[in-house]
Design a binder for this molecule. Sequence first.
Ligand code: NAD
Length: 293
Amino acid sequence: MAPNPTIAFIGLGNMGLPMAANLVKAGYSLVGFDTQPRQVDFPLADTAANAADTADIVVTMLPNGQIAKAVADSVLPAMAAGSLLIDCSTIDIESAGAIHATAKGASVDCLDAPVSGGAGGATAGTLTFMVGGEEQAFRRAEPLFQIMGSKAVHCGGPAAGQSVKIVNNMLLSTTMAGTGEAFNLGRKLGIDPQKLFDVMSTSSGSCWPVNAYCPVPGVGPESPADRQFEPGFATDLMLKDALLAQQAAHANEVATPMASQAATLFEQMQRSGMGEMDFSAMIKYLANQARPH
Ligand code: NAD
């Protein structure tokens, strides 16, 4: 690989565009591709394969596993043996495994590297990367992760990054639903939510949704609750990840009754028209539910 690798970046949406822009700002030579027209200050190719054929590293940031797999199938035949494919999309474990297998067949190194940190983290270059694949491929990608993010954890072999992302966000779905329930019950019992926060955030009920992302306006550090639940992390995206976890749990015959219920609740919340609100608006959705008798 050349000392200054050239990069193809495919999928220039809310996340991909600022990630690509940070690589360009750091001095990398980059060609982009998206199926939608994009106003960018770097060159664009007319197909994904044309973007990839002269690149040492191809990065993809796409909506779902079906699309990520189709794009990988179209770029891998154009990629030189020994080049590197990094898929940063959040996708199902089966599709991630299939991309690794196709890359191996083409003698291309491959990493699954989903992120947390949202569009704000993508713009600021402070994403966390959860990475699956061979150690030497991870080492090769580390300089890029350092530019696009502030932390990269090598989680294990192929698809381990997706597995960690899905498991973390599965837990988040249940802790956020539980936090909404707890504050709703506390309020009905006549307790000031600030007092609840003061106790829970330093007691056994402490968790990220209570301590760092409290769903009650004016309580705890600033959060989407202080901005009428403007995301943040949209309910639509939380539901996507919760359903990926259910798909993985089903495929591996793992009982996840709490997370299964949380996924159902986020699905109902989306159906009630709250999909574009921050996922912490679960507290509002739950407050409007009648208790079954
Ligand atoms: P997005 O919809 O804004 O961007 C996806 C881009 O992919 C779009 O520009 C779309 O036109 C393009 N695209 C679709 N099909 C394509 C194809 N065949 N070839 C080339 N481009 C194609 O989505 P996003 O918010 O940027 O999210 C991207 C990924 O990152 C998703 O997997 C998402 O789950 C994950 N993610 C998002 C966030 C977030 O807060 N937005 C946070 C963490 C992870």
